[in-house]
Every structure is written in structure tokens, then in C-alpha cells.
Design a protein around this ligand. Structure first.
Ligand SMILES: *Cc1c(COP(=O)(O)O)cnc(C)c1O
Length: 455
């Protein structure tokens, strides 16, 4: 098993290399050079617990890391989850909900980022070297990435967020984590400013290598690989193929499901839910992929107009023809629009529905009243999107965040007191640390250079 770029312009890389590099240098994303079919192993996989299943899947995609070390790493990473099952499945009305939010920061991103932090550490230890992660977040990714490298002696992390524009809770989840290796940078600007500064710094190859900068965003293959596990874990609990409904932003989560299906997991179809930021809804219904303006909603982790992981899906759809991928992506970059074969249905196994704020709020309320089950606004989109599906197959909706992470929206929907969680209680009383910088690349560079030269 090795890794090739969706754009076909780099030498094949090992799993370790793909993890450390993040993005391929030709601008593409790393993909496995083949996707093995595991149908003959499914029966035995049904008996495995979450960490054991993760170890089996990693032994396929990460053959260059010894299986027993991977097994220890997974056990350690998933021990940070409060549920022994890691991702429990619960029945809610006539669907099933796969709870992915039992990790340290209460969002599904913990599952992959708890693993990625430890993977970095393992590789850095072997090479006796260090890594400085630079990230930009609108809220959720920052705290999950910080938690993933908490206590690491070889990794420093710098997270930029738009100062005063994340929720108060999200800021506290980042700034109250203790540790000299954690640096939260409030940027006096928007999330776009944070991302622009990050990309621009990464484009300076000299600066990047001098300060050993690395990335943790969702284009890292290891994140996609780890997410494959829960699609197998949940679907193997049933004796017939299931439907997954996935609230989608950057297309990372659902991509892992599509790969699981290609490997032979018993998955019938997918429902892709979007909020008012409906670029993917339009793509799957018309074949047109057209950039719009980001609209802020009550499901902020899905307020995305460019879904970076879609490129990996296009590569699968185009049967690994990287020239076609390059043409599509170039057209999208230059014109803001690209089209899939003139209006042809893109994929009959993916049904996409757009769910607006009114419908999300109503779904939170109805689910609470009818089933006494509280969902967050992202999960609500998956639940609402699945409603129009006519099928006798079991429907599994992915719950991507704990409702206590979004108390305002949930209270607005239910008109009851806001949900709470012990992990969030008392955060206001903890000591918070951050620096605040103007939205200039030079200020961020100076800050990084200062911190990294002193240490
Ligand atoms: C990141 C996130 C999503 C979107 O997942 P993608 O992999 O970007 O499609 C959905 N819900 C929550 C709560 C998230 O944090």
C-alpha cells in the first residue's frame, strides 16, 4: 500500500510520509493507490471492539507501522472517550443515531484527532525530531486539535481563531487547556483572515521548513482513515445493508463512509445533509459545483463553501484519472464553477438534501418532544435530511456534536433550560491564555519566530 496524489504529480509516498506531509506538493490530496475489498473478513470483524477494528483497518492502510504499536496507540487514544463503545448506537424514533461526540471536546473530530496527535508523536519520536502545528479554526477543529496534542513534548501547536467571533464556549475550550506547547492566537478579523494567513505562511517553503511547520486540517489522510472505522463498526451491527445520513461541510466525514462502502461494508446508500451553504446539495442534484458566499448559520461547522475533501471523491468518481481531476479543480479555482458531465446524476448512491434553519430548529424540537432525545443543530440536519428517504433499510444518522456545545440554538428550539455537560461546566472559572494579533501575516510570522527561537 502506498499513497498517490489526486493530481498525479508526485512520487508515491508511504503512509508515514503522507501523514507528515498532509497535502501533496502538487496541490492534490493523498489517496491510497488501491482500495482493498475486505468482504471475506466481515464475519470475523463483527466480533471486534472499536480499537480492535481500528487496528485491522490501520493494518491495511498503514502497513509501515507495526500492528502492536498501532493497537496500543488506538487503545490509548480511545480511552479518552467516556463511552466504552467509543461510538454507541441508540434508537431514536424510527432511526438510529450513531453518537460520535463522546470525546474530550464533544465533537466527532476528536475521534480522528486523538489518533493523529499520537501518530505524529510516534513518528517524531522515531525520527527524534519535533513538529510545530499551525492551524486556523472557526471553532470546533481548534479545540479538538489542541486536545489531541495536549501534553506532547515534541509538538507545539498554534491555533488562530477570529477573536470574539467564535462562541464564548468554543474560545474557552481552546484557551483553558494547560501546557506550554499550546498557543492560542485570537486574530482581530474573520475566519477567512485566519485561513488566508495560514495558507500564505505554508506557501513560504523556506519558512515552513525552518520552523518545522505542519498541518492538522481534514485533508490529512490519517483523519479519513480513522473515520472509516465507525462506518464498519455501526453497519456490522445489522444483518442487512444500512443507510447513513451525514451532516456535511468539508466532505471529510462522508468520504470515509464512501471508502468503507467501497471496501465492502454493508452500506446501501448515503444521505448528504447541508445547511443553507448548499454547494454540495447543488452538486449532487445538478452536477454543477459552484462557489457562493458563506452564510453564517446555527450549524457553524458546516458553514463552508469549498469542500476540500470533495477532490478525493472526484478522483474515485473519475476512476483515478488525475488529468480530469486537475481540469475540474482548475476550472473551479479560475471560474468559481465546474460541472460534472452536463447535468448527469452524479451518483445514485448519494442523495443530498438541504435543510434550512427553520427546519433544523423544528427537528431539534420534534426529536425532543417525541423521543426525549436532544440533538445539536448539526445532527438535526442529518436527521431532517433522512426524512424524505423511502426505504426499508435501517437508517443511521451520525450525531457529530453533543447538544451542550450549542446551548443557544438548542434552547431556542426546545424553549427549555440549556443542555449542559460536565466537560464544559466550570470552564469560565479556569485560567484562559491567548495572545491577540492584528490580521496581518507579518505579525503572526513574528510571533511564531519569537516563540520558536526562544525555545
Ligand atoms: C466538522 C463538523 C461537521 C462537518 O464535517 P465534514 O467532515 O467537514 O463534512 C459536522 N458537524 C460538526 C459538529 C462538525 O464539527
Amino acid at each position: 500500500m502506498n499513497y498517490i496524489s489526486t493530481r498525479g504529480g508526485v512520487e508515491p509516498a508511504s503512509f508515514r510520509q503522507a501523514v507528515m506531509l498532509g497535502q501533496a506538493s502538487d496541490g492534490g490530496l493523498y489517496m491510497p493507490n488501491h482500495i482493498p475489498n475486505v468482504k471475506d473478513r466481515l464475519q470475523s470483524w463483527r466480533a471486534l471492539n472499536f480499537s480492535e477494528l481500528a487496528t485491522e483497518i490501520a493494518s491495511i492502510y498503514a502497513p509501515d507501522i507495526c500492528k502492536s504499536r498501532m493497537s496500543n496507540l488506538f487503545r490509548d487514544a480511545f480511552s479518552t472517550f467516556v463511552e466504552s463503545e467509543v461510538t454507541p448506537l441508540v434508537e431514536v424514533g424510527d432511526v438510529f443515531v450513531l453518537e460520535l461526540f463522546h470525546g474530550p471536546t464533544l465533537a466527532f473530530k476528536d475521534i480522528a484527532l486523538q489518533v493523529l496527535g499520537r501518530l505524529f508523536e510516534l513518528i517524531l519520536e522515531e525520527q527524534d525530531t519535533e513538529l510545530n502545528i499551525l492551524g486556523a479554526t472557526s471553532g470546533d477543529t481548534g479545540s479538538a486539535a489542541i486536545s489531541g496534542v495536549e501534553g506532547s513534548s515534541r509538538i507545539k501547536i498554534f491555533v488562530m481563531f477570529p477573536d470574539g467571533r467564535t462562541s464564548a464556549l468554543q474560545e474557552l475550550q481552546m484557551t483553558t487547556v494547560e501546557g506550554d506547547n499550546i498557543h492560542c492566537i485570537g486574530i482581530k478579523g474573520s475566519f477567512d483572515d485566519c485561513q488566508r494567513i495560514m495558507k500564505s505562511i505554508f506557501n513560504d517553503v523556506d519558512f515552513k521548513s525552518r520552523y518545522r511547520l505542519g498541518a492538522v486540517n481534514s485533508i490529512n489522510w490519517a483523519r479519513v482513515m480513522v473515520q472509516i472505522v465507525y462506518y464498519f463498526y455501526a453497519s456490522l451491527k445489522f444483518d442487512r445493508p444500512v443507510i447513513f445520513s451525514v451532516p456535511t461541510g468539508n466532505f471529510g466525514n462522508i468520504l470515509s463512509g464512501i471508502l468503507a462502502q467501497r471496501m465492502g461494508a454493508p452500506i446501501d446508500r448515503f444521505v448528504l445533509g447541508t445547511n443553507e451553504n448548499d454547494i454540495l446539495f447543488n452538486f449532487f442534484n445538478t452536477g454543477r459545483y459552484e462557489r457562493g458566499k458563506v452564510k453564517p448559520t446555527i450549524s457553524p461547522s458546516m458553514d463552508i463553501q469549498v469542500a476540500s475533501n470533495l477532490e478525493r471523491y472526484l478522483y474515485l468518481l473519475m476512476d483515478g484519472d488525475s488529468d480530469s481531476v486537475v481540469r475540474f479543480m482548475d476550472q473551479f479555482m479560475n471560474k468559481g464553477i465546474a460541472a460534472w458531465e452536463d447535468g448527469e446524476l452524479v451518483d445514485s448512491t448519494i442523495a443530498s438534501n438541504r435543510v434550512d434553519t427553520t427546519e433544523s430548529l423544528r427537528t431539534i424540537r420534534d426529536t425532543w418532544i417525541n423521543s426525549k432525545y436532544l440533538v445539536d443543530p448539526h445532527t438535526a440536519i442529518g436527521l431532517a435530511a433522512a426524512k424524505s428517504i423511502c426505504s426499508t433499510s435501517p437508517v443511521i444518522c451520525l450525531a457529530t456534536a453533543h447538544p451542550a456545545k450549542f446551548p443557544e440554538a438548542v434552547t431556542r428550539a426546545t424553549e427549555e433550560i440549556p443542555p449542559t455537560h460536565t466537560k464544559l461546566a466550570g470552564l469560565e472559572r479556569s485560567k484562559a491564555r491567548k495572545v491577540v494579533l492584528p490580521p496581518n501575516e507579518s505579525d503572526v510570522r513574528n510571533y511564531l519566530a519569537n516563540v520558536l527561537t526562544e525555545s
